[in-house]
Design a protein around this ligand. Structure first.
Ligand SMILES: [Mg+2]
Length: 215
């Protein structure tokens, strides 16, 4: 029996991929960058370069600051000073934040699962995760938010899941992990005996709304 929910944030409750794509297109327009690239090509490039750098960040191959700089430099093939790149990244963050949106079904999911204890479990930086949740009004529904800053471990490290289960006071077999990332959310949770629901926005019946039928 499911008595508690563990939820990923980005691309599970919030359309983060969409916000990143809109954010980078706004930055490009503002600074007249990469004029030869079409919108889809640029947003895909920003996404794939970002994800590859996050993996390197997880492995300790680049610092948090370096991955941000490399993401801008490699996406736009720019050779600028660190200061100029940092300023572009700060501008990107501003554009990105303007496009934060929950999915249309997030609100209904939150309302109809309110009877269960719920925790957000995200690899985002704590200040950023809290800022995002507050901006979208999600913070009042999720008093428990676990980030690597809170427990010293990033998904898929089992420690972050165990820490969250402990906070909720729930056994793995009574918890349900809901997330869009197989490697970071689903496989490690399953290995701990937690029930799982893999969110996939490209498939019908695979959003958080569809989880409600299982509760
Ligand atoms: Mg996610």
């Amino acid at each position: 029996m499911i008595t508690a929910l563990l939820l990923d944030l980005d691309d599970t409750l919030i359309d983060d991929k969409g916000a990143m794509a809109s954010g980078i297109l706004s930055l490009r327009a503002k600074h007249c960058l990469a004029q030869g690239m079409n919108d889809a090509e640029l947003s895909e490039r920003w996404d794939s370069i970002g994800r590859a750098l996050w993996r390197q960040l997880d492995l300790g191959e680049v610092s948090f600051e370096e991955q941000r700089r490399l993401r801008i430099k490699n996406t736009f093939a720019l050779d600028l000073s660190d200061k100029a790149i940092d300023s572009l990244f700060a501008d990107y963050l501003h554009c990105y934040e303007q496009h934060w949106r929950s999915y249309t079904y997030t609100e209904q999911f939150i309302r109809e699962s309110a009877h269960l204890p719920r925790a957000i479990i995200t690899n985002g930086h704590r200040p950023q995760a809290h800022k995002k949740m507050a901006a979208l009004g999600l913070n009042k529904h999720f008093p428990t938010v676990v980030t690597p800053d809170d427990c010293g471990a990033r998904k898929p490290n089992p420690e972050i899941f165990l820490h969250t289960l402990k906070l909720l006071g729930v056994a793995p077999e009574n918890a349900l992990m809901i997330g869009d990332n197989l490697e970071a959310d689903i496989e490690p949770a399953k290995a701990l005996g937690i029930n799982v629901f893999h969110v996939d926005h490209t498939k019908q019946g695979r959003t958080v709304f569809d989880v409600l039928a299982q509760l």
